[in-house]
Design a protein around this ligand. Structure first.
Ligand code: FAD
Ligand code: UDP
Length: 391
């Protein structure tokens, strides 16, 4: 039985938020810290591992691309890994043909059979986008049609979104589509950030290095709630699990989507020629196929087999892994109520995507942890040190 008695600092969850906090507590405060992880591995959803059958490194919870424009986040992660020069591109397969995603000049020209120049593309899209007359779009569908027009929406967005969210796009918030740019050029990079790449020796190696610090003790297969009663009265808890679970779901459950991944190892070197291909048509049940070998062009993987992963999306039951917060108005309201309860918990920091019920990219989780350490942990620790010195 694990006891938290010996630790002033206890972290529930070993994803990026918990890992950054552990590193800061150990290095800046010089204090021992206990990290509890309920899964049988650390690293949270960013975890990667080598497939024993093919030798290919894959991401157990879906392809994770690292990208950021935040200099402090980039500096932090570069202390624990170097990156390759991979830049993410996505293809989408509609009606038996391949197109680039996000929608760019290549998508437009191929889809409409035209030969637009960059200077002509905006007017071409605007004319189509204006046809439905959504000047004040109130939901996902209206917003998307007002941005790209009905034909592109029906081909690339409508069914993909319905599969991903199992919700009529008319009932989804308009903001979700704003994540996807539309470009009047042949730029086909998925992200616009300054820094991008895959960790040269894998995400798991980053966590190995962070947690190698002798002041950090990580215990896997350990649910924080089994250890909660052993916390010292003066313990500082950093909780990165689901906020509704912390309060025993007493106000109800927050809505999440989960994913099912189906792995296959076809006997060929290259299955689809790209790391991610989206499937936006209604007659295909999965949303996309990941092929991990393409994330590391610098490696020499076996030519005999490859590893692919089909991704299916569905509502999460309480026992499923929560992946994407659904964020309906009712969810937002419920989260606000839980956040009000959380604010009253002294000595507890709620962080990360589960603890704050927010979709966070890895760089955002790291950035949020760096800030939270400075704001929530450091001042209290300094206060305690000053008190101890005065005593
Ligand atoms: P997590 O990584 O979820 O870590 C939380 C940890 O807490 C988990 O290990 C969990 O097991 C543990 N835990 C929960 N409850 C308890 C408990 N009671 N006791 C002990 N441990 C507990 N980001 C990108 O930047 N690029 C991408 O391409 C990208 N792709 C993604 C694809 C998918 C399908 C998903 C779902 C996410 C993707 N992300 C991506 C986001 C990325 O996974 C998150 O930014 C990151 O995981 C956030 O870290 P975290 O520490 O907040 O949460
Ligand atoms: N989307 C789509 N077709 C695509 C890719 C994305 O309709 O080929 C929509 C979908 O609703 C998705 C949203 O755009 O939820 C945001 O896309 P993003 O790639 O950010 O989603 P993620 O990779 O996080 O699932």
């Amino acid at each position: 039985m694990i006891s938290a008695q010996d630790y002033r600092y206890v972290i529930a969850g070993s994803g990026f938020f918990g890992a950054v906090m552990a590193e800061r507590i150990a290095n800046v405060l010089g204090e021992p810290v206990l990290v509890l992880e309920k899964r049988d591995h650390f690293g949270g959803n960013s975890f990667s591992e080598q497939d024993p059958a093919t030798g290919i490194e894959y991401h157990r919870y879906g392809t994770h691309l690292f990208h950021t424009s935040q200099a402090d986040v980039w500096a932090w992660i570069n202390r624990f890994t170097a990156f390759n020069n991979y830049r993410h591109r996505v293809l989408t397969r509609h009606a038996g043909r391949m197109y680039t995603m996000p929608i760019n000049l290549m998508t437009l020209n191929n889809f409409f059979g035209v030969d637009l120049k960059p200077s002509e593309a905006a007017a071409f899209i605007a004319e189509r986008a204006g046809r439905d007359g959504f000047t004040n779009p109130a939901n996902f569908e209206e917003k998307a049609v007002s941005l790209i027009g009905r034909e592109l929406y029906d081909a690339f967005i409508r069914h993909y979104t319905a599969k991903q969210w199992e919700t009529d796009p008319k009932l989804l918030p308009a903001e979700t589509i704003s994540r996807l740019p539309v470009r009047a050029s042949y730029n086909d990079f998925y992200f616009n950030d300054i820094y991008e790449g895959l960790p040269l020796d894998g995400y798991h190696a980053i966590f190995d290095r962070v947690f190698a610090d002798r002041r950090i003790k990580v215990v896997c297969n350990c649910d924080f709630f089994d250890v909660r009663d052993t916390l010292r009265p003066d313990a500082q808890l950093i909780y990165t699990g689901p906020i509704d679970r912390y309060f025993d779901y007493k106000l109800g459950s927050l809505g999440w989507r989960t994913l099912d991944f189906e792995i296959e190892r076809p006997e060929m070197e290259d299955y689809q020629g790209a790391s991610v291909v989206n499937y936006p048509d209604a007659d295909v049940r999965f949303t996309r196929i990941h092929e991990f070998r393409h994330l590391h062009p610098e490696r020499r993987y076996t030519p005999e087999r490859t590893l692919i992963m089909r991704e299916y999306s569905r509502f999460a039951a309480r026992e499923d892994e929560p992946y994407y917060p659904i964020n309906t108005p009712a969810d937002k309201n419920l989260y606000d109520q839980y956040a009000a309860l959380a604010a009253r918990e002294s000595n507890v920091v709620f962080g990360g995507r589960l603890g704050t019920y927010r979709y966070l990219d890895m760089h955002q989780a790291i950035g949020a942890a760096l800030k939270s350490f400075e704001r929530d942990v450091l001042p209290r620790a300094k206060g305690q040190m000053a008190e101890a010195a005065a005593a």
